[in-house]
Design a binder for this molecule. Structure first.
Ligand code: PLP
Length: 390
């Protein structure tokens, strides 16, 4: 089989009779049957094929197929957003009485699902420090069905040792679910490290240009089946248009992630020691507490770094006013560099104590480093940081 970088570019839906080079957009809500017998047989699952775009669509299937190849998943399901993928994974698989162990360092809405929504159906979660394997072990009960983590986490950039955690999961008969949004399959393949399910907010690096929302889940067929049933009947489907955009974007994923990572490492090094900053965090900086693990588990450092601005929210606000290139937005995963202040936006629904536990201080700023010329980015941050206390 060709290398993944080649597959990301060459794998595509079957050509139509028009022999097009780029895959057409199948904007159709349903598909036709040649006769009633064909419709009956398709609904009875006796023959395969497209029926209705809530179930399947050529563009959506192309996107799923490509991510399965890149992540090494047996099967997959695409969703309207990353959160729809996360919710369907839990809601489609778990029943009252089931239990989840999850890292505390999760995307804000993922914590809300596990803390506030799943308990309505009797599914409970114990949150642990993701880097501490003993806590995962101690929190596991005979009701535990899933382990769930992000590595690196958003926004704390905390890593989980995926090989070690998957070994523990196997020992307990638990499935390991990894949100691989920050790393992307270019940087890290959780399934190769032993994970059972991998999900993504495709909104981020899979699109990579800040245009469409999407989510994707891939992994073990037996685990995907009940989630497919849930998705088919509850309708969080990805739109064909978004799938078409995302499939096209995957063609440049490898080039983009290498360039993002190079820019991020260079910017992180340039900002280290800046007098306006208390700290710079990036997995491939030697000062990162899990630098050794990062080097082992990740091919590149990724696009995201965080900075701790001295002087809390007021200083962060001043920084955002002085920056001339970087955008201020709650998104990440764009060609354009984006700054986010998690404490007042994505993680504002957590208490100050909950934020502190995952390293989200009032001065913490997430920088999703884009693909602009690195000298321009360094100059922009340097001039803006110099003006904070001026
Ligand atoms: C953005 C994000 C999500 C949510 O994805 P949406 O596409 O916005 O629904 C989930 N996990 C991580 C790590 C994210 O960064």
């Amino acid at each position: 089989m060709a290398q993944k970088e080649t597959l990301a570019i060459r794998a595509q839906a079957a050509r139509s009779h028009n022999r097009e080079h780029s895959v057409p957009l199948y904007l159709t809500s349903s598909f036709t049957f040649e006769d009633a017998e064909m419709g009956r047989a398709m609904f009875a699952d006796e023959i395969e094929g497209n029926v209705y775009s809530r179930y399947s669509n050529p563009n959506v299937d192309e996107f799923i197929g490509k991510v399965c190849l890149l992540e090494g998943g047996e099967e997959g399901i695409a969703f309207a957003s990353g959160m729809a993928a996360i919710f369907a994974t839990f809601a489609g698989s778990l029943v009252a009485g089931d239990h989840v162990v999850a890292s505390k360092a999760l995307f804000g809405s993922a914590i809300q699902i596990l803390n506030k929504i799943m308990p309505k159906w009797g599914v409970t979660t114990t949150f642990v420090d993701g880097h501490d394997l003993a806590q995962w072990d101690a929190a596991t009960t005979d009701k535990t069905k899933f382990y769930f983590c992000e590595s690196p986490s958003n926004p704390g950039l905390e890593l989980t040792d995926l090989r070690a955690l998957s070994a523990l999961a196997k020992k307990h008969g638990v499935a390991l679910v990894v949100d691989n949004c920050f790393a992307t399959p270019v940087i890290q393949n959780p399934i190769e490290l032993g994970a059972d399910l991998v999900l993504h907010s495709a909104t981020k690096y899979m699109d990579g240009q800040g245009r469409v929302l999407g989510g994707i889940l891939v992994g073990r067929k037996d685990l995907i089946e009940p989630i497919r049933f849930f998705a088919r009947h509850t309708g969080p489907a990805m739109s064909p248009f978004n799938a078409w955009v995302l499939s096209k974007s995957l063609e440049t994923l490898f080039v983009r992630m290498r360039a993002h990572s190079e820019n991020a490492l260079t910017l992180a090094k340039a900002l280290q020691g800046n007098p306006a900053l208390a700290a710079v965090h990036y997995p491939f900086l030697e000062t990162h507490p899990q630098y050794e693990l990062a080097k082992q588990q990740m091919k590149y450092g990724g696009a995201i770094l965080t900075i701790e601005v001295k002087g809390g929210f007021a200083a962060v606000n001043a920084l955002t006013q002085h920056l001339e290139i970087a955008s201020i937005s709650p998104n990440l995963g764009d060609t354009r560099t984006i700054l986010t202040h998690p404490a007042s936006t994505t993680h504002s629904k957590l208490t100050k104590e909950e934020r502190a536990e995952v390293g989200i201080t009032d001065g913490l700023v997430r920088v999703a480093v884009g693909l602009e010329a690195i000298d321009d980015l360094i100059a922009d941050f340097t001039q803006a940081l110099a003006k904070i206390n001026a």
